[in-house]
Design a protein. Structure first.
Length: 576
């Protein structure tokens, strides 16, 4: 939305020149000016006029205003040159107002041609738009039927000829808990994987318990911002994942200025076990208190708006998932927190220890071996296994909710399947090379593009609008890949576009299927839009260098995707 003085001047010029009005919120108000004969209000000041007119629009309803605009201002036909001129005008004004850098590429599926482009060969940070590339490559590599498998293996079976082999509650052998990098694995799934140990009557394990992953990997790629790493959307992808490698809790105090106290929230397993009534709450609380250690030096302050910005929290991380939270937080006495686990392997060990302790099972030793045990000749008995949902459901969450852990885990898994040696570590540099190579094999080449991860969280990623458009065109042409676009968020309906205010009303509600990409200074959107008169369009809209002021105060920024897409959706039939 424009600042009020800017909007008023623009509206006045638009009405006096009788030009095609661009269909954003501020231009809708211009129609009301004209209809109600409110030109005289300019004499009492733009700000009052803007506020009064906006109130009238809200009372009349945005839908009717759009309908009036369509009937009164849009010509029956529209040349491509006219559309280009209007889009160029929008981009120019947005760049000037937001002081940002913009790249756009739009393709008509009906005309099979580019209908608009602006700096489409330039490179931009794609943010989560990168996930479109990841979804394409991982589905092509792993196949639609792919599932992750987490296994419990043993050197001796628990059952032989339908008879339990365990005697006197002792299992005289080794166990292997083998993770597979499944980003959807929950603590409840892990409990049920280990449940046969309890069901077999085992009270003591004499051998070793080995814990490993089939996808060994480094935790972070180059270019991730360090202060994202303690937050759950920046949780590491290492091959070990339980509850998205995220622990939740709350700090609270009774009064301002008093030291705040941290309480860890119940995870999926603890909540489920409470419902089963197998264990009392004190047992559960003690069992899972070792998952994360947090030292707090936090207090809450009653602050004015001016001073509140100086009251901040600071998070420091140490080994063994040990954190320190210090500082202050303004104008509240309770704050929910989510911590990204820095060492997922230690979390796995602690969860297994806690679960076995609850089950009343003791053991000699639990360890992560230096060399893989998966090819061990002794650990040949599969005692239990957990299979994840199929890849389509994982892609649903990846695209709809923009899940970073799923994106990077899938890419590493696809990379691992292509590596010559299965014992090699699937590092992020291998994954980024594999992503580029796989795309090249699909004739989607750009030697100068740069990718570091599958999620788009790396600040080093660089893609052009033209390249992302080429990827969308490829997906659109392949019947077996049609699910990728159909799984993207729908404007005003689902995923990251569900609650975007400008997408919740006509003409955009339900008309856009697209992947969002947002980071500090970045606001991107890429996908497909259904128009009223020109069929379906594939589009890529990149905006980088956007001031945090505008991202935090959206009413002051010009929303580039909304303004462009409203014009595209409502434009008359294009002529040559």
């Amino acid at each position: 939305m424009f600042c009020s003085h800017y909007a008023g001047a623009s509206l006045y010029r638009g009405i006096m020149k009788n030009t095609l009005l661009l269909l954003n919120r501020d231009y809708v108000y211009a129609i009301i000016f004209q209809t109600l004969g409110l030109f005289s209000l300019f004499s009492i000041g733009i700000n009052q006029t803007y506020a009064a007119t906006k109130a009238i629009v809200l009372q009349a309803g945005v839908k009717q205003a759009h309908q009036h605009t369509d009937k009164q201002t849009l010509p029956p036909k529209f040349s491509q040159n006219e559309l280009t001129s209007k889009l160029e005008h929008i981009v120019s004004r947005v760049k000037q107002h937001n002081r940002s850098n913009v790249g756009v590429a739009i393709w008509s599926l009906d005309l099979q041609t580019i209908i608009y482009q602006h700096q489409s060969h330039q490179f931009f940070q794609p943010a989560s738009v990168q996930k479109i590339l990841t979804a394409l490559v991982t589905q092509e590599t792993l196949g639609k039927d792919f599932r992750y498998t987490t296994s419990l293996l043993g050197s001796k079976p628990l059952v032989d000829d339908n008879h339990l082999t365990v005697k006197n509650g002792i299992y005289d052998g080794d166990l292997l808990v083998q993770f597979s990098g499944d980003p959807s694995l929950t603590s409840k799934d892990l409990y049920q994987l280990l449940l046969p140990i309890q069901q077999a009557g085992i009270q003591k394990i004499l051998g070793n318990i080995y814990v490993e992953t089939t996808i060994p990997s480094d935790a972070y790629p180059p270019g991730w911002v360090w202060d994202d790493l303690g937050i759950c959307y920046g949780a590491p992808s290492t091959g070990f994942a339980i509850d998205k490698n995220c622990i939740k809790g709350r700090v609270s105090a009774k009064q301002y200025g008093q030291p705040a106290i941290y309480n860890q929230s119940s995870g999926p397993l603890e909540s489920w076990l409470k419902q089963t009534s197998q264990y009392n709450e004190e047992q559960l609380s003690q069992s899972f208190s070792n998952l994360l250690k947090l030292d707090t030096d936090v207090h809450f302050e009653k602050s004015s708006k001016r001073h509140a910005k100086h009251c901040r929290l600071s998070l420091h991380t140490n080994d063994n998932n040990h954190y320190k939270l210090s500082g202050c937080y303004p104008n509240r006495l309770s704050l929910p927190l989510s911590f990204a686990i820095q060492q997922p392997d230690k979390l796995a060990l602690n969860y297994i220890d806690s679960i076995l302790s609850l089950m009343g099972v003791s053991y000699q030793n639990i360890t992560i071996p230096h060399t893989s045990m998966r090819n061990s000749k002794s650990l040949i008995h599969t005692l239990h296994r957990h299979d994840s949902v199929e890849i389509k459901k994982l892609l649903d969450e990846l695209l709809l909710d923009s899940d970073n852990l799923i994106a990077d885990s899938l890419l590493k898994t696809a990379t691992n399947t292509s590596m010559v040696s299965s014992d090699s570590e699937s590092r992020f540099n291998h994954a980024s090379d594999f992503l580029k190579t796989s795309l090249s094999q699909l004739d989607l080449q750009d030697e100068l593009m740069h990718v570091e991860d599958g999620s788009g969280l790396s600040r080093y990623n660089l893609l052009s609008p033209n390249y992302v458009l080429a990827v969308l065109k490829y997906i659109q042409q392949q019947t077996d890949l049609s699910n990728i676009i159909s799984q993207m968020p729908v404007s005003g309906v689902s995923g990251t576009l569900r609650y975007k205010a400008t997408m919740q009303r006509p003409p955009l509600k339900g008309m856009v299927q697209a992947k969002t990409g947002s980071m500090l200074g970045v606001s991107n959107l890429a996908g497909k839009v259904t128009t009223q008169h020109n069929g379906e369009l594939l589009f890529v809209i990149f905006e980088n260098g956007l001031s945090p002021h505008f991202q935090n105060n959206t009413t002051e920024a010009m929303d580039l995707p909304t303004i462009m897409l409203e014009l595209l959706v409502t434009s008359p039939k294009l002529t040559d």
